[in-house]
Design a protein around this ligand. Structure first.
Ligand SMILES: [Zn+2]
Ligand SMILES: [Zn+2]
Length: 444
């Protein structure tokens, strides 16, 4: 009998009853072919590889990460709660020591969901990796964590959630935002004043193939991870860099994906995108499972593969090797925060970081205007205050006392809550105290 070098837990949740529309690329068949493929290949007959059922995330699990307006149940369906719960189950398997690694093959995806949620962006309503990570931190204590996002689209939601967190290193490798949704994810987006260099974007040109991705992993991602030395590595595993993917323009193969994973050695992988549901997803997911289990994946080959399909233009080769040479500086020596009036990164005013954001929810056609404020504190990460209004909701308030907050930031958080309740002006208030695990929801 075959045995896995690393024990691996796999969680499936195809979400049969959830689709944006019947012909939308984000639909339930996405995981059915993968499920068949893993069974046909006998993956679950391998000693150490087992399948598990997802948990179901609760309202508190979502509110640990997001301010949802008007409330969690109005932006997240049961399928979203199970998808996030699948990631939480993966976390439990690994953190409890039951499995060395875990892969949550779930949908709907989550990496475009930002801190505040008024609706759906890029097929995402709640950020399932972030819900999982904050569940880990609540249940198993503070952790330094790296999230490496290998989806073809910039993980703009995860970037937004962790923008101010120095204990979360977020690295997104994606197709250049000048050529693909969501149009962001450039190297100068480096994180808030207390977390500079903890947010790294590596945009790659359309047509990048296995060689380019592997070079970026080897020359940029791995040395940075070695330095950051996280307690956990999480892979937001989007399979839409595949050369047959219908909505993107990259040229990665199943072998390329498996080799990237073998290098990265993530403790937990969480499925994101990937829309070539028959020709790519089953093979890419199989390759990743085998790589995570430490098995020989060299025999995996997707039906449409030809060497020409993944050949890389010499201009791309040159572009990537130049970028690999200069990029690590952004982590090892990030330029200081520029809080001047003309900076789009925000300003420091009266002891608070302040930044204005306009956010568009492409799936639901909602626009949001938001002011984000973080108390600049020497003793903790700082109290977070967000004022937001959208075409769905009048002015709403979110207040978060972070995990590990100092007494002053906690007291200031409660003062803000009390003052806002007394003065009014907000239609909905969401308040979360991560230090003492208290949640307050308020609608007027
Ligand atoms: Zn994607
Ligand atoms: Zn503080």
């Amino acid at each position: 009998m075959l045995k896995a070098d690393n024990s691996l837990g796999i969680i499936f949740f195809p979400a049969f009853d959830w689709a944006i529309s019947p012909t939308h690329p984000e639909r339930e068949e996405r995981l059915l072919y993968t499920q068949d493929q893993l069974r046909e290949e006998g993956l679950f007959d391998v000693e150490g590889i087992d399948e598990y059922k997802p948990l179901v995330a609760g309202v508190d699990d979502v509110e640990r990460v997001h301010f949802c307006f008007p409330e969690v149940s109005s932006v997240a369906t049961r399928s979203h709660m199970v998808s996030a719960g699948g990631a939480m189950r993966a976390a439990d398997l690994v953190l409890s020591g039951e499995k060395e690694r875990a892969f949550a093959m779930v949908r709907p995806p989550g990496h475009h969901a930002m801190k505040v949620v008024h609706g759906s962006r890029g097929f995402c309503n709640i950020n399932i990796e972030a819900v999982m990570l904050e569940y880990i931190r609540e249940k198993y204590g503070p952790k330094r964590v790296a999230i490496v996002d290998t989806d073809c689209h910039h993980g703009d939601g995860t970037q937004d959630v962790y923008w101010h967190d120095p204990d979360t290193l977020f690295i997104s490798v994606h197709q250049d935002g000048r050529t693909l949704y969501p149009g962001t994810g450039f190297p100068n987006e480096l994180g808030g004043p207390q977390a500079r260099g903890r947010n790294l974007n590596i945009p790659l040109p359309p047509g990048t193939s296995d060689d380019g991705f592997l070079e970026v992993m080897e020359q940029v991602v791995m040395p940075i991870l070695d330095d950051f030395n996280p307690d956990l590595i999480i892979n937001s595993a989007g399979q839409d860099n595949h050369f047959t993917d219908p909505i993107t323009n990259m040229n990665l193969s199943a072998q390329g994906y498996a080799r990237m994973n073998a290098m990265l050695k993530p403790d937990i992988a969480v499925l994101e995108g990937g829309y070539a549901i028959q020709g790519a997803l089953p093979y890419v997911n199989l390759g990743i499972c085998m790589a995570m289990a430490g098995m020989d994946f060299s025999g995996i080959r997707e039906p449409d593969f030809t060497p020409d399909a993944v050949r890389q233009d010499p201009r791309i080769v040159k572009y990537i090797s130049e970028m690999c040479a200069s990029f690590p500086e952004l982590y090892f020596n990030p330029p200081p925060f520029d809080g001047s009036e003309k900076s789009r990164d925000g300003v420091i005013s009266g002891g608070w970081f302040v930044r204005h954001k306009d956010i568009y929810y492409d799936v639901d056609g909602i626009t949001e205007a938001q002011t984000e404020m973080v108390r600049q504190c020497n003793d903790c990460r700082g109290l977070l205050k967000i004022e937001t209004r959208s075409t769905n909701n009048p002015l709403c308030l979110g207040v978060e006392i972070p995990q590990g907050a100092c007494d002053t930031c906690r007291d200031e958080g409660y003062r803000l809550l009390e003052e806002s309740q007394l003065k009014g002006g907000y239609r909905y208030i969401q308040f979360v105290n991560r230090r003492d695990n208290e949640h307050v929801r308020h609608g007027f």
